[in-house]
Structure formats: C-alpha cells, structure tokens
Design a binder for this molecule. Structure first.
Ligand code: C2O
Ligand code: CU
Length: 619
C-alpha cells in the first residue's frame, strides 16, 4: 500500500511537471487554448500529489519529510508565481510556466536522488537549481539584458551555498567506533575479543570439534552438466556442511590457497565473540593466499546457520564461498530424516546443495522430515510444500507451537533460514522453490513415479506476524528501551568512499559515512527500519538476534519471532528489539550484498570497543 502511494506520488509529480512544460511550449507559440488545458492538468496533478502525500504521511514522517518541507512548497510557489505572471505580465507567461515545471519536477527528482532527510543544504541546492533552469530558459529564449550576469549569480549562489552545507555533512564521518572520542581513549580492539582456548576447554571436558576449510578456485560441475568457475571451500560448492552438537567448542582453521581478493569466515546468524566474526578490515584482516586464521566459538545455540566469506562478499559469496552450519540440540530425537538445503543461484541456475536438478530422497511413509532451507542468495525465495507442514524454526530459533500449514507459501529472505517439518507419506512430497525453479522430492520408494506438478502460484504467503502461539519474551514492544535508532533505507546521490555516487543509503548517507549506532553493554536497543526505496532490503545485524516487535505499527501476535535477517520491503516499517549482550563492533547491513557494497551498511558499536581498522571495507 505505502509502496503504491510512493509510486503514484512520483508519477503525479512527473505528470504535473510534464504538463507545465508542455503548457509553456504552447504559450511560447501563442496557442492559448491547449496551454490553458495543460495548466488545468498540471494543477490537478499537483492537487493529486497533495492528497497522496497526506495519505503517505500516515505511514510515517520519513515517507513525506522532503515533500512537506521542500518539494510541495516549491511546486506551489512556482505555480502561484506562474499564475501571477500570466495575469499581470503576459509576455513572461511562457517563462513562468517553464519555471513552474521545474518547480514541480523538483519533487520526483529529489525523491529519486536525495530522499530522506532533506536538510538546508539540499533545500538551497534545489531552489537554486530551479532558478538556474529558469535563467537558462530565459537566455535560451533569446532575452538579452545587461542584468543577466547578476541574475546568473543570484541563481548560482544558493546552489554553491547549499552544496557547501550538504557535501561536508554527508561525509562528516562519524568514527567507526565510539571509543575514539578523546575522553575515552583507545578502546578494546575487537580483534582481541576471542573465543575460548581449545586446550583449556578440552581440559574442562568440553568436546572440541575441529575443521579445516581451504578457500580456492575450482571448476565445479552442476548436476545438469553445467560447469561453473567457482570460488570454493575445499573445492566444492557449497563448502563442507559443518555439523556439531550444542555445547561443542567449534574450532575452524581457514586457509587460503589462491583467492587473491582475500577471504574470511563470517558465521551468519551465529552470535560469536566479536573477534571471531570474520569481517575483513574490522574484526580481522582478510586471509591472503598462503595465510590462515583460526576461528573458535562455543556452539551455544542449536539450529540452522551458515557461513560465508566477508571480504569482497558481493562477488565472493555469489561465486561460491559459503556453506552451512547446523548445531544439533544435545537431546536430539534420533528418528527421522534431517536435510540441510542451501539455495544458491549460479548464473541462471538455482541450485539446492550442489545440484540444479530435482533432487529425490527416498523416505519411508510416516517418517518425520526436517527440511532446513538456507537462502544464500541476494534476493528472497518462495517455498511451497505439497503436503501439510509446519514452519518450526526461523533463523535457527524454534517457533512456539507453530500450527499446521497447507497450500501456503513461505517467503525466505536473503540470508535467512526456515526449518520445515513434514511427515513423509505414501504419496511423494514436493518442495518447490520459486514455483518449481528448483525442486526437492521425498518419495516412499526409489521407483515411485514423480507426482504431477502442482500450480502453487496462487497460494498465499504465510503471514508471520500471526503464526504460532505467543510466549513470554525477555522484553517486548512496551519495554523501556535504553537506545532507539532509526534506519531509513533509500537510494540517493551521496559520498561513498570519497566520491559522489548513486548509493544505497541509510539515513541519507552511504557506508562508511553512516552515523554509528553506539550502545553500552546491557542496553535494551530499539531499531526502527523504514524502507523508502523501491527495492527489498534484507537487513542483517551481526552478533545478535533481534525480536520482532511491530510491523507497520502493528504488534506481532503469534510466536515470538527472533531473527538475524528480515526482509524490509518497499514502504514497510519494522520495529525490532535486541539486548546488547555481545560487546564489540558489529556490521548492521543489507544482505543483498550488492546493496551493502554500494553503501547500505552501518556499525553498531559498544562503548569502549574499537574496530581493528578504521578503514573498514567489511561490507
Ligand atoms: Cu551474512 Cu555481514 O553477513
Ligand atoms: Cu538492500
């Protein structure tokens, strides 16, 4: 709904500007009747904008801020001026109508290229640019005047002044950690916040599980025969499936054979100590070819997780540097079938595990099956099952009393995991991804004929705001929060790595210039995430799980929902909460890794801690 309003308002702005401009053209050639008709169209479109902005405002101030304070007034003023000129100084009518067009165009242009929040600097640049466009039109129309240089100056001044305000403020880089403020002194480097020592752990009776993963380039053959040039762990995609038992100490040695870009291991969704988080340039330096790094962390949380490199991750994860991590509960029910199904797209082939063909598992009727689906892609996937099932866990955490679902699809955001529980039947059961782009079959016998395909396109998507049963949580939407942060996600032209770019922005800025979210250990933290843009943003905070509190202002009514990655779709507002209980400096970013690479990332830093390197290129 909100996304629709955003689009309509944009459209009305474009229509209004186009009508003013066309009216100016007719006025210039003295065709007054079509000019008058177009003026009426322009005014109607402007009135429509006012109505749409009023409706949009109900979704939140973030969606209308620059429209109310800047672009609607600008459109109104230039239109009123055009009316006044048409009535009093007719020979200037065409020029005045053109200026009204520029004034109206400021709305869509600013919405698309600057967004929220528009401050004084942007306001001055916009006003000056409208005036400049007017001056250019005036001169182009052949008007000559001795005062022309003065007029040029008058229009140029606000642009220069505005830029002088806006540019430095978009780069007033906020340190990458709180502790660089002089009175605190240097903080604890996150690289020193490490997991337990394996020898000591073993001595105290903790099971130590050791793995070695070697990153290297390889040519991998998919089950369809398609060969892909991949970046791999141990020569395979996905990398080895790591499986441990809750309570184990996990020790993983990462080696880099020949990945020139460097490589790390980030334990996606696992709340490891900060120094084990694998963010290159921030918690450690990337491991270069020939080098190695040892990660260690206690497997306290049972559930479905994954790992991937966190250096040049946009490209490197796409090329294959990822794998799954499953932590089994200590008291696991031994019966049943448990399948881990990482989804990944190579080129156009959607793969499940290392296969891009339908994969078939023979399962005796009546057997309980757990399907752990892991989305390692940049966008969401849609999951359907042809038998009744339950969504038993999200992002590794079990849901409370999830009900049986039938003919309902699950939306799985980029980076997220969904565990589905189904009972194998006498008839085959099919898991379809994106309506059959990839398929996993459970059949009672190897020779059971495949079930006819089911058209699942019309099935509704599960509403996770009301699935399962409420249960007590350590805090809720009514708790007293120690810190509140708002992240308005958008696109805009801003500084990124020192150069102006069309970036993916958080609060109008691009990483590393986004203001750090500073917390103190023990704080209860409230995050509001607003998506003003036209893309979906799967937001991922490292080192913590967040509890869903409100969706578009409405409370969550079902099972508590703890997530590490949640999809904020265009026009949506999510409110989530977390306990700051894992000291360090953490990435909080969009898991569409292309977006993260183009600016959509911020640090959440604990007071007294600092990133290993201030030039973090960790997204
Ligand atoms: Cu799975 Cu910072 O990422
Ligand atoms: Cu994004």
């Amino acid at each position: 709904m909100t996304a629709r309003l955003i689009d309509l308002e944009l459209l009305a702005g474009v229509l209004s500007a186009a009508a003013w401009l066309a009216a100016a053209g007719y006025a210039a050639t003295r065709r007054h009747r079509p000019a008058a008709v177009l003026v009426v169209v322009a005014v109607l479109a402007f009135l429509a904008r006012i109505g749409l902005v009023a409706a949009l405002g109900r979704a939140g101030w973030w969606f209308v801020q620059e429209k109310l304070t800047l672009t609607l007034p600008m459109a109104a003023v230039t239109a009123a001026a055009a009316a006044a000129v048409a009535l009093t100084a007719r020979r200037w009518t065409a020029l005045a109508l053109a200026v009204a067009a520029y004034g109206a165009a400021a709305g869509p242009v600013l919405a698309l290229f600057a967004g929220y929040p528009a401050g004084w600097g942007i306001g001055l640049v916009t006003a000056g640019t409208v005036a400049l466009a007017g001056v250019v039109t005036w001169q182009a129309a052949g008007h000559r005047s001795r005062r022309a240089p003065f007029v040029w100056l008058l229009a140029l001044a606000p642009v220069v002044l505005g830029a002088a305000v806006a540019v430095p403020s978009s780069a007033s880089a906020t340190s990458s950690s709180s502790s660089s403020s002089p009175e605190v002194g240097p903080g604890v480097p996150v690289s020193s916040v490490r997991g337990p020592d394996p020898e000591a752990a073993a001595a105290s009776g903790i099971a130590v599980r050791r793995f070695t993963l070697t990153a290297r380039t390889a040519t991998v053959t998919l089950s369809s025969g398609q060969r892909v040039q991949a970046w791999t762990f141990d020569g395979r995609v996905p990398g080895p499936a790591l499986e441990v038992t809750q309570g184990d100490l996990v020790v993983v040695t990462l080696r880099n054979a020949d990945i020139a870009a460097g490589v790390t291991l980030h334990w996606h969704g696992y709340d490891v100590p900060a120094g084990e988080d694998g963010v290159a340039g921030m918690t450690q330096e990337a491991v270069r070819p020939g080098g190695s790094f040892e990660y260690r962390f206690r497997a306290d949380q049972a559930g479905t997780y994954w790992y991937h490199t966190h250096e040049a991750s946009d490209r490197a994860v796409r090329l294959g540097l990822y794998g799954t991590l499953v932590v089994r509960p200590r008291a696991a029910a031994a019966d049943g079938v448990d399948l881990t199904l990482p989804l990944h797209t190579f080129g156009t082939a959607l793969t499940v595990g290392d296969r891009d063909q339908p994969t078939t598992h023979t399962v005796a009727p009546g057997t309980p099956v757990r399907l752990r689906v892991v989305n390692t892609d940049d966008g969401p996937h849609r999951l359907t099952l042809t038998a009744p099932f339950r969504l038993v866990a999200v992002d590794g955490t079990d849901l409370n009393e999830p009900g049986v679902l039938e003919r309902v699809a699950i939306r799985l955001p980029a980076g997220a995991r969904a565990d589905l529980a189904v009972t194998a039947g006498a008839a085959p059961v099919t898991l379809d991804v994106d309506g059959g782009r990839a398929t996993v079959r459970l059949t009672p016998a190897a020779d059971t004929p495949a079930a006819p395909p089911v058209n699942t396109a019309a099935w509704p998507t599960l509403d996770q705001t009301r699935y399962g049963t409420p249960a007590p949580t350590p805090f809720d939407a009514h708790s007293r929060f120690d810190r509140r942060f708002t992240m308005v996600l958008d696109r805009g032209v801003t500084l990124a790595d020192g150069l102006p770019k069309y970036a993916f922005t958080v609060n109008g800025r691009a990483y590393p210039y986004v203001t750090t979210q500073t917390v103190r250990a023990g704080d209860l933290v409230h995050l509001t995430v607003v998506n003003r843009s036209r893309d979906t943003h799967p937001m991922h905070l490292h080192g913590h799980h967040v509890l869903a509190l409100r969706y578009n202002g409405r409370p969550f009514l079902g099972s508590p929902l703890w997530m590490d990655t949640f999809d904020v779709q265009p026009g949506e507002v999510w409110e989530v909460g977390l306990r700051a209980d894992n000291p360090g400096v953490w990435m909080n970013h969009c898991h569409n890794l292309k977006h993260a690479a183009k600016g959509m990332a911020v640090h959440l830093a604990y007071e007294g801690y600092e990133a290993a390197s201030h030039h973090a290129h960790g997204a």
